[in-house]
Design a protein around this ligand. Structure first.
Ligand SMILES: [Zn+2]
Ligand SMILES: [Zn+2]
Ligand SMILES: [Zn+2]
Length: 457
């Protein structure tokens, strides 16, 4: 958001961890619930279910006790009463609930004079929140006012579900949060929470952080946020000069400038002024003013193009099926690719998305040769999209290296393990398991190639 920013106080090189932070509140995403410890997010098996609600699980007794004390004592009561169809609550709803319920466990807010009101929501944020977050409460209403009616309706509906879910814990309170409070909280969480990824870049959970939420956005970021279980790490991916602002990207960067602009406006209420957006929209403006004399025929043509682009986008979305439906997904994605190629240039975000979808879906469908073919087609396009080291890109290069290795294309595997190691070193760090995997494979591949060369002599 505006006003809060993080600035480098010294020159910093790339690949450095600037800070580590624990979340104010967090929750697993639906697909990873019961596969990860709800408290520490570790995947250490077995994950034991809470014996009462059976809806969440923990890796250890310690984690269970910590969660119980923090919020689950109240949350469990709410979960036990859930009808079957509501059992799969989205992470944001769980987080909102936890923030509110944490307030019920706290005794007094005397130590926090900044908080004037004492509804459970404010107590909740005060109890778990650090200073930066507490100030956000006053922002709640102003941001809320900026929302489009359509969005407000959406959050109002979510708030009703949340209200019903929390009823067993808050029904008897005299100053329970209102549906309006909850709607505003949910929209605040949408704009301020991070998707927590594991090193392979699977989205396992969501979390709200204090300092990390103050970092502004750029489509050409000089930093990234990585996670070790639930601990957030701010890492540099470019060398940063003293006085320069530190920015991360809030968005999936495989998107068109217009998509980026729309997302940022709708969800975060600002217009991106980064160099990439500035160049694009500046050029557009010049073109637009030259186009004012444009005849009707041409404007109809452009409108038609806009419509075909929308169609490509929905074809791409329709092809996103689960791993169990991977064969059908693969053929739908191929169809989407030919649609995209018919209306977009070769570096258009939709073409790149289609390539990437086919690449990954082919692997799930055990079509390894197809996956390999699309991996080598997609990676150069991704290199064009990310103009700074990006963790998703790093994981993608490693993905292709593994496919090459599996198909016993040793020389190509070596090339991509080397490429992956170079990016992973910056994004994930030298100590990461994936970086180490690269170094090990590079050694083995080099030895194999040398042995083969010797055998040929
Ligand atoms: Zn745990
Ligand atoms: Zn429980
Ligand atoms: Zn931008």
């Amino acid at each position: 958001g505006k006003g809060r920013r993080l600035v480098a106080t010294r020159n910093i090189r790339e690949g450095v961890t600037l800070l580590m932070e624990e979340p104010i509140s967090h929750a697993t995403r639906i697909d990873f619930r019961l596969k990860r410890c709800e408290w520490c997010l570790s995947s250490k098996q077995p994950i034991k279910r809470c014996s009462k609600c059976k809806l969440i699980g923990y890796c250890s007794r310690n984690c269970q006790v910590a969660a119980w004390k923090a919020y689950h004592k109240h949350e469990c009561k709410c979960m036990v009463g859930l009808p079957k169809r509501l059992e799969r609550l989205p992470a944001t709803a769980l987080i909102a609930g936890r923030i509110i319920l944490a307030g019920l466990s706290s005794g007094t807010d005397a130590k926090l004079p900044e908080i004037s009101k004492s509804s459970p929501m404010e107590k909740g944020l005060a109890k778990v929140g650090k200073k930066a977050k507490i100030r956000d409460i006053s922002l709640l209403d102003t941001l809320w006012e900026k929302k489009a009616t359509e969005k407000k309706m959406y959050y109002a509906q979510q708030a009703m579900t949340l209200m019903n879910y929390l009823k067993p814990a808050i029904a008897s309170l005299t100053s329970a949060p209102t549906a309006n409070n909850m709607a505003a909280l949910l929209s605040l969480l949408d704009a301020n929470s991070y998707v927590i990824t594991d090193p392979e870049m699977d989205s396992i959970a969501c979390g709200v952080y204090s300092v990390l939420s103050m970092i502004n956005h750029s489509c050409s970021p000089n930093a990234i946020v990585m996670f070790r279980n639930k601990t957030g790490q701010l890492r540099t991916v470019k060398s940063i000069k003293k006085g320069e602002e530190i920015c991360v990207s809030y968005l999936d960067l495989i998107s068109t400038p217009r998509e980026r602009r729309r997302n940022l406006l709708e969800q975060y209420h600002f217009e991106c002024q980064c160099s990439r957006c500035a160049i694009f929209f500046h050029e557009k403006k010049i073109k637009m003013s030259a186009d004012e004399s444009m005849d009707e025929k041409l404007s109809k043509l452009l409108e038609g193009k806009e419509k075909s682009l929308e169609k490509v986008k929905s074809s791409l979305e329709a092809a996103k099926l689960g791993p169990s439906d991977s064969k059908r997904a693969l053929s739908l994605s191929r169809q989407a690719l030919s649609e995209a190629k018919a209306v977009c240039g070769p570096y258009h975000a939709y073409v790149i998305r289609a390539y990437k979808q086919i690449w990954k879906q082919a692997m799930y469908a055990s079509e390894m040769e197809i996956s390999w073919e699309y991996g080598r087609k997609t990676l150069p396009l991704l290199e064009f999209v990310y103009n700074s080291p990006n963790p998703v890109y790093a994981a993608d290069i490693l993905f292709h290296a593994r496919v090459c290795w599996y198909l016993q294309k040793v020389e190509e595997a070596l090339e991509y393990y080397k490429k992956a190691a170079k990016v992973l070193k910056i994004t994930h760090g030298e100590e990461d398991k994936m970086t180490k995997e690269c170094h090990e494979r590079i050694c083995v591949a080099q030895a194999e190639i040398a042995a083969k060369a010797q055998a040929l002599q």
